[in-house]
Design a protein around this ligand. Structure first.
Ligand SMILES: [Zn+2]
Length: 481
């Protein structure tokens, strides 16, 4: 099939890559031209012919957003349940009591993923790293949505549990970790060879405190051999910080460095609890300097943490120190524009300083930072030779106007409501705000049924045998009519 050339003509605003300056620049009244899956031209006055002409007036064209951390197979099932939950005695985290108790049945994984991907696409995400357990049909489900996806199968040598709501124990099964890595390698290798050309792979040993150093070393060696990134959760809770200090006398970041895991090609989700985090008051380390010197990247997912009063200290500070920070939608909703806005607000609150994160920092993280974290320079920017992953924003949407600064309007006022059309690999995947290849209603029906099943099983999963209504009461009790 001959490749089609498309020109978006005379867009009011374009967020273009400026090679010389090494950053995004606004262009006004500019054209964006792409053929097949590749961008040919970004600039004013393109003279060449194109089979498809799109009127860019009233539109901003921006690079597709890069979501480097999410759990779409389960998170959509937590809507209405986990917004106000966390365990005060476990650093306010939701990981140890709530995550195990509210678990969507595995059969709903594909439907949940479609719900999550529909939300992402509608918020302008064109590339996503999906951290989930490997399952049959996973690659096909992702490919069918039209998005560019990186399969990041999770595996670990231990599971955590609490038997009292204030301490965390670990059940070790090192063989399960090794088998998990084997499965992950087969999954990742198959994804990278997928006929869509839109799938990639990443290794994801789950968490620093649930993986043996041997599993982490084997994972890093396999990732380096393939030239793919490795991502693991670390410095994500006070419990984990204290556990690593208890086990090794080192902070999570110092221990990763000590065992050779901190370096280029490694993404830390979420890298919050460094020794200088205001919640820790732990002066006996130099995590921030160590992290900055290492070349490791951070996956920053502010919404999930801000819900529990936890903030990164701070996005602006990390960026200033040269750390590659990408954004992710760890929780629901999978709205990257909300994550950008929250990254600004959370940084400013943590620091008590409005300069702690700018809108530029947030948009750069959602595009360039994520691409850099994943070792790519062909996504997250609009430049000739890059992937034709781009988003058209409706500047006439009331929440965008007045359009003095379209990125600010988008992030701070309009959010995903103003996203109109999304292209991945040069193909239209969202038209007029609706994903074209996802039956969202059907997927939501399946997730709703699965959530009801999960809620019914809470008492058998909770250490104290509590029910869903006790662990997560409704906002208001249901009254008698
Ligand atoms: Zn996560």
């Amino acid at each position: 099939m001959a490749e089609t050339t498309t020109v978006i003509r005379a867009a009011d605003w374009v967020v273009a890559w400026d090679e010389e300056a090494g950053g995004h620049r606004y262009l006004k009244g500019a054209d964006v031209v792409f053929r097949g899956g590749e961008i040919l031209f970004v600039g004013r006055g393109h003279g060449g012919d194109a089979e498809v002409e799109i009127d860019g007036r009233g539109r901003m064209v921006m690079p597709g957003l890069v979501n480097i951390h999410c759990h779409p197979a389960s998170e959509p099932g937590n809507r209405g349940i986990l917004e106000d939950t966390g365990t005060p005695a476990l650093g306010q985290s939701g990981l140890y009591e709530y995550m195990p108790a509210f678990r969507l049945p595995a059969e709903a994984a594909d439907a949940a993923t479609r719900v999550a991907f529909a939300e992402m696409l509608k918020s302008g995400v064109t590339c996503v790293a999906d951290l989930s357990g490997a399952r049959p049909g996973w690659a096909e489900t992702l490919a069918a949505t039209g998005i560019r996806a990186v399969l990041a199968p999770m595996y670990r040598s231990a599971a955590w549990h609490t038997a009292d709501g204030h301490s965390v124990g670990y059940t070790w099964d090192e063989e399960a970790g090794r088998r998990g890595l084997e499965t992950a390698l087969a999954t990742v290798d198959a994804a990278r060879a997928h006929s869509s050309g839109r799938l990639g792979g990443m290794l994801a040993p789950s968490q620093i405190d649930t993986c043996t150093p041997e599993l982490l070393h084997a994972s890093l060696a396999a990732a380096r051999e393939r030239g793919i990134p490795l991502q693991l959760h670390a410095a994500q809770s006070v419990v984990e910080f204290n556990e690593m200090v208890r086990r090794h006398g080192m902070t999570p970041i110092a221990w990763l460095d000590h065992i050779g895991l901190l370096g280029p090609g490694v993404i830390i989700g979420h890298g919050i609890f460094l020794n200088d985090h205001p919640w820790l008051h732990y002066p006996h380390a130099d995590d921030f300097a160590r992290l900055a010197a290492s070349g490791a990247a951070i996956a920053h997912c502010p919404v999930n943490f801000v819900r529990r009063g936890i903030g990164l200290n701070t996005l602006g500070r990390y960026v200033e120190a040269g750390i590659a920070v990408g954004l992710g939608t760890d929780t629901f909703p999978h709205n990257m524009i909300d994550e950008m806005r929250t990254s600004c607000h959370s940084a400013r609150m943590v620091a008590g300083d409005l300069r702690a994160c700018s809108t530029t920092d947030a948009f750069d993280a959602a595009t360039l930072g994520g691409a850099r974290a994943m070792g790519r320079d062909d996504i997250g920017r609009l430049s000739p030779g890059c992937k034709a992953d781009l988003v058209l924003v409706d500047l006439a949407h009331p929440a965008m106007r007045p359009v003095r600064d379209p990125i600010r309007s988008l992030i701070h006022s309009a959010s995903s409501r103003a996203v109109r059309d999304v292209y991945v690999d040069g193909r239209l995947v969202v038209r007029d705000g609706a994903p074209l290849a996802i039956d969202l209603e059907a997927a939501l029906d399946t997730v709703a049924e699965a959530q009801a099943e999960a809620l019914a099983r809470v008492p058998e999963r909770d250490w104290a045998g509590r029910g869903a209504e006790e662990m997560s009461p409704l906002v208001y009790p249901v009254g008698e009519a």
